[in-house]
Write a protein that binds this ligand. Sequence first.
Ligand code: GLA
Length: 640
Amino acid sequence: MAIVYGGDYNPEQWPREVWAEDMRLMREAGVNRVSLGIFSWAKLEPEEGRFEFDWFDEVIDLLAANGVEICLATPTASPPPWFAATYPEALPVDAEGRRLTHGSRQGFDPSSDVYKTAALRITEQVGRRYHGHPAVKLWHIHNEYGCHNARSHSPAATAKFRLWLRERYGDLDGLNEAWGTAFWSQAYSSWDQVYTPLPTPTIPNPGHVLDFKRFSSWQLLQLYKAEAELLRSIDPDKPMTTNFMTGNHPDIDLWEFAEAVDVVSNDHYLEGPAGHVNLGFAADYTRSLGGGAPWILMEHSTSAVNWQGRNRAKAPRELLRNSFAHLARGADAVMFFQWRASRQGAEKWHSGMVPHVGTDSKIWREVRELGARLGELDEIEGSRVHADAAILWDYQNLWAQEHEAKPTADLDVKAVRESCYAALWRAGITTDVAHPEGDLSGYRLVVVPAVYLMSEAAARNLKHFVASGGTVLVTPYSGIADETDTVYLGGYPGAISDLVGVRTEEFYPLIGETVALASGGTGSVWSEAAEAKGAEVRDTYLDGTPAWTVNRFGEGTAHYLTTFVDDDTLDRVLAAAASDARVEPAADAPVGVEVVRRSHDDGRSWLFCINHTEADTQVKTDTATVDVPAGEVVVHAEHA
Ligand code: GLA
């Protein structure tokens, strides 16, 4: 089978005459699949209960006649204006209690039953009409759950939050204990007293806020499941997905969503100068969410996006490097938002496969080249990426750390994860992303980036991993509180103090300063009064306080840092941990040259070499030397 290639197709934005040209250009570019109907609700149901499908029939038949398969969306991410006008109570309410209005997208309250009814009605219509169409290969449910409206404070949300809490804690005693309401006289004596976290005079209860984030994610998942269940009853065998945002989306728990989809798909957009490194994380995380199975890159951009402060066009060949990096890390589909750049609307400055300027353009030439190259890589479809290393990542930990009252406002868990992942990327170590309670038995090295919220089960999991011979690299602010955000006692990091062989009495966050290390490196953001309790001290602050410790634990080894070290120092620490773990890069490549291997069980394998530098270079494996020109991608078949 072919690698899937295409993008979001929004023909309703264009006059009919353009559709024929779209088909011709899709053939020219080698497009074999589009996502259709994502934002078509208003055109499919212009008034409540009145459906217009003729135009959609035409588009679907046109695509089919041109050999383009369809990933058919339920258009429920953007209810039409009639919905807001008829059911204003179904609009989301923000944390200040303001009811939002129509005029953008995702204008619905996730807890609204009125919304759910309307969403299921259009889903059923689309499902019944097109499930048997031979070109429809996959259901694309909704679009980016929680992208804009994850947390609503409507009366409906309040009522459902209470029910969710009852289910979780059984009774008010359970709730009061979990939230620690003995503090500041917050004990609840009736469920009616519990609201979504609204503005308070000062610091709100952390357990309350964290549970609201969990509830909000769960509520969106119920909407996914309702649509999926309905479609399943109409079309039992077709796979379903919804597009995640593993790169930067903090509002839904993707580990939970991933269990509900048949195939994992992801949207990724570059941010900042090291965007291609974050791309690696996002792709690795997407693959890991699906347990290593090939996945769908549902959206990325051919060039600029429209929602950043400054939206830079991609450099020549960057489109190709980005696309191949996703492919290298396990995608079997490379798709873009969107086919044709819009002339109007909120995203008119977002690039497309067909840019405003037309086909005499860098973008179109690269789109065609990509299509042609993917067309020659059929064999790769279904192959997998193997990783000996994993980095832990969990949304609930992120949400807990968003709370305002903490040792330092400078500690950003996302930045910690990014810096740890960047070190793995620089070292060329292929990495999975694992849940703290997930199965770690397939790994030899696990990186623990500020996993502050660590359940007892997660702590046991890590200890079991190391005791059985694994190596961990743990950063500060890990293992501090359990899943109710209750601090572990007896010395930090309380959940894993025995694992790392360190006991810390107090934290000394750094305030605009750095701490010098005996090795010559520096630490920033954080320092702590750590004492080695059995661990070997490899590096110290100048006053002798341990900065880097190594502890033997059972058959394995735990590296622990007590400050956030500079990149060179982190590279050294990671190299030591990787050597303990006997983990090696996919190939021998200079920094800035990305190397990842995909292989089939039968021994066929490909080394993807992506040169992000401006110098021609070579990548070496045990059996080959591969020339990789500046800025280029080489896919090297390693089998005969
Ligand atoms: C998301 C959405 C698309 C589009 C792009 C623009 O990924 O799913 O509809 O808005 O962002 O970057």
